[in-house]
Design a protein around this ligand. Structure first.
Ligand SMILES: Cc1cc2nc3c(=O)[nH]c(=O)nc-3n(C[C@H](O)[C@H](O)[C@H](O)COP(=O)(O)OP(=O)(O)OC[C@H]3O[C@@H](n4cnc5c(N)ncnc54)[C@H](O)[C@@H]3O)c2cc1C
Length: 428
């Protein structure tokens, strides 16, 4: 073998050894990478499982705590602070009179008050949304003074709202039922949300926003708050501060229907619009329609927004609304179906007076029908949550427009969310 050949053979062997070594290292690295990727995947899956289990445990704990601290019937609360928010709205901070812990509530729920007003035959029952998230100190409600209707200036102004403003003072004791209602934000989810408030409809939205802020803005929030002018707006300093601290996750939009916004001092944390809140505005400002929507405001705003969201292709399951009156019950497709199924040839008899009437489906529910016929049934939320309008059914059957939060005893019904299924006799 010539020296040249020997050198070539040595080089070849050397090359093969180096190539083999590289192949070994490559294979080992690939196998390690595979193992690492598999382990990372398993780790991710276990982490997800763990997070899910933690979330379930947290929800169960919150539910258990809520149940253990909730109460049946009336509980006494002391007005700890009374704050004028402007815009004819006053906030009342309430502490449990017994000094014990209060039940936590879901952001969006309301408290039901049973108020003894002097010269009044029986207590007046009204619901007020909790305007802050669950806090250890107690509850906060924010109440707007209700004037007589514009077209009937001579009738008395709102009984309870004005009584709260004018007569209830710090230190006074009020009777309340436990928080309730099924219009609330599920804080265990993190899907992006749009909060839509008209006027005093802001109260449940502030509770929802504060609950998200407390969780470090684990979801994106867009708030559209509609008022006529700056005199009507409340809690704007608080909302602006939340927007300033969380500009990436919280977009604060103010809509003025009766103000030239060029006259307002600029504020980088507020997007101002000189128009009503509308789906048209959402189309111009939101990145997509892919949100959960929470709406509370006067009936025309709620009607137009819910209608136009449906037209925009937003599924009904993503639209949640509360009206500070009976509208929220009868507007759902299910309720409309049940109401339409109640025949027109049914009779409703009121046992105490013995009066019998032909059922009128246009009344919407038995309570409204009774009040229209001057039959006195006490009522509160008119949404099936507070239980004030419960009445015994002496004969016949009713059907619910929506499932009550708490079913009354057999033989009774919540008249505000029911219609007759057969001829009925009511103990009223
Ligand atoms: C779930 C829920 C949550 C709510 N949350 C809030 C909240 O956070 N903040 C808030 O401010 N409100 C809230 N409300 C509304 C609140 O419950 C009351 O309905 C509101 O305060 C009006 O009650 P009132 O007693 O002052 O008025 P009412 O005495 O019930 O009077 C209502 C209207 O009827 C008029 N009226 C009186 N007599 C006559 C007559 N003879 N003929 C014609 N009209 C007459 C009054 O002038 C007034 O305009 C909520 C309601 C619900 C159902």
């Amino acid at each position: 073998m010539t020296p040249g050949l020997v050198e070539a053979a040595v080089q070849l062997v050397g090359f093969l050894i180096v190539a083999f070594a590289f192949a070994e290292v490559g294979l080992a690295t690939a196998s390690r990478l595979r193992r690492f990727s598999y382990e990372k995947h398993s780790y991710d899956v276990s982490l997800e499982n763990l997070e899910e289990r933690l979330m379930t445990a947290r929800v169960r704990r919150v539910d258990r705590e809520r149940e253990s601290r909730s109460w049946n019937g009336i509980r006494k609360f002391r007005v700890a602070r009374k704050i004028d928010e402007g815009g004819d709205i006053t906030s009342f901070y309430l502490e449990a009179h017994d000094g014990k812990q209060i039940s936590s509530h879901q952001p969006g729920q309301f408290l039901t008050f049973s108020l003894k007003i002097p010269d009044q035959k029986r207590p007046e029952v009204r619901c007020y949304s909790l305007s802050d998230m669950s806090r250890p100190y107690g509850y906060r409600v924010s109440i707007k003074r209700v004037p007589p209707p514009r077209k009937q200036p001579d009738v008395p102004p709102g009984k309870v709202s004005n009584f709260m403003h004018d007569n209830v003072q710090e230190g006074d004791i009020l009777d309340c039922l436990a928080p309730g209602g099924d219009f609330f934000l599920d804080i265990t989810h993190s899907s992006p949300i749009v909060l839509i408030a008209g006027g005093i409809g802001l109260t449940p939205m502030v509770a929802m926003l504060n609950a998200v802020a407390e969780r470090g803005f684990d979801r994106e929030v867009w708030l559209y708050y509609g008022v006529r002018d700056v005199n009507e707006q409340v809690m704007v300093d608080h909302l602006t501060e939340v927007a300033r601290q969380n500009s990436e996750r919280f977009k604060f939009n103010m809509c003025y229907s009766g103000t030239d916004i060029s006259t307002l001092p600029p504020d980088p944390d507020i997007n101002r619009y000189g128009e009503r809140v509308s789906v048209d505005l959402f189309k111009r400002t939101l990145p997509s329609s892919n949100f959960d929507y929470y709406i509370c405001g006067p009936p025309p705003l709620m009607d137009s927004i819910t209608h136009d969201l449906r037209e925009w292709g937003v599924p009904d399951s993503s639209v949640h609304f509360e009206s500070f009156g009976p509208a929220s019950v009868t507007k759902t497709p299910k309720a409309e179906e049940v109401a339409a199924s109640a025949g027109t040839n049914l009779t409703v008899t009121f046992a105490k007076s013995g009066e019998e009437f032909q059922w009128d489906p246009a009344a919407g529910n038995i309570l409204a029908f009774a009040l229209d016929k001057d039959i006195d049934i006490a009522s509160g939320c008119r949404a099936g949550s507070c239980g004030t309008c419960v009445s015994a059914i002496k004969e016949g059957e009713i059907e619910y427009l929506k499932q009550p939060s708490q079913k009354p005893d057999d033989g009774s019904c919540l008249t505000c969310i029911s219609v007759p299924k057969t001829n009925i006799v009511i103990d009223a």
